[in-house]
Design a protein. Structure first.
Length: 230
């Protein structure tokens, strides 16, 4: 008997806007298409869980509506993303002011490359464990939080149930990383490659938890511009 844990990354959020934690128009469409794909591959499930961030819940609402299910779920903070804004502020204090960050990114030839370079450095500092006192949640605490959320979801599925989870790239990469033995750098690289509204599936048998599907985004490939990662 096999329990299934289906993880859906949120649709595209509003990167660069005053409130990142909102789905864009593309993000809402991605959520609908994920729901249509899941309607065929997951006709029944025993539980729906969402992180408490708005982008998680907006994705859940759009996805479940497209599946023909009531837009109801249990909120669980364990599936929330780590605070990427805090990582950047601690690494480079002048970016505590978002206006300064956006202004500097606008002045470089490739803002995305510049931001990712900055973020990788901020993440590495956090994950090193040498500066834990600077953060509200340490890297180790984040990994433990996600592992606990995975265990709780698998336990609630019983021996043959299915749990549908709406979350972010960081928790998905951490859950997969625990199965594949990824170090922090490789975990972050995986998180960067997870598609918005992509689907990852874990299974649990007597011999442990395995990765069955990773970052499935075939449902996004029929319309131009829907395959996004940020």
């Amino acid at each position: 008997m096999t329990a299934r844990l289906v993880l859906v990354r949120h649709g595209q959020a509003s990167f660069g806007s005053p409130d990142y934690d909102l789905l864009s128009e593309i993000g809402r469409r991605q959520s609908q298409l994920a729901g249509l794909a899941l309607a065929a591959r997951l006709p029944r499930f025993d539980r729906v869980v969402s992180g408490s961030m708005r982008r998680h819940q907006e994705t859940a609402a759009g996805c479940l509506s497209a599946m023909g299910h009531p837009a109801t779920w249990e909120k669980e903070d364990g599936w929330n993303e780590f605070d990427h804004e805090e990582l950047i502020r601690v690494h480079e204090p002048r970016f505590a002011n978002d206006t300064v960050l956006h202004r500097e990114m606008a002045l470089v030839p490739d803002a995305e490359v510049a931001f990712l370079t900055l973020f990788r450095a901020a993440f590495a500092r956090w994950a090193s464990g040498r500066h834990d006192g600077d953060y509200r949640e340490t890297y180790t605490a984040f990994r433990t939080r996600v592992a606990t959320a995975v265990s709780r979801a698998i336990a609630s599925a019983g021996r043959s149930g299915s749990v549908l989870v709406f979350t972010s790239g960081g928790p998905i990469a951490a859950a997969v990383g625990d199965r594949l033995g990824l170090n922090p750098e490789r975990m972050l690289s995986l998180a960067f490659r997870l598609a918005n509204a992509g689907i990852t599936e874990l299974s649990a048998r007597g011999d442990g938890i395995a990765v069955e599907t990773l970052n499935d985004h075939a449902h996004l490939e029929g319309e131009a511009g829907l395959l996004t990662h940020r």
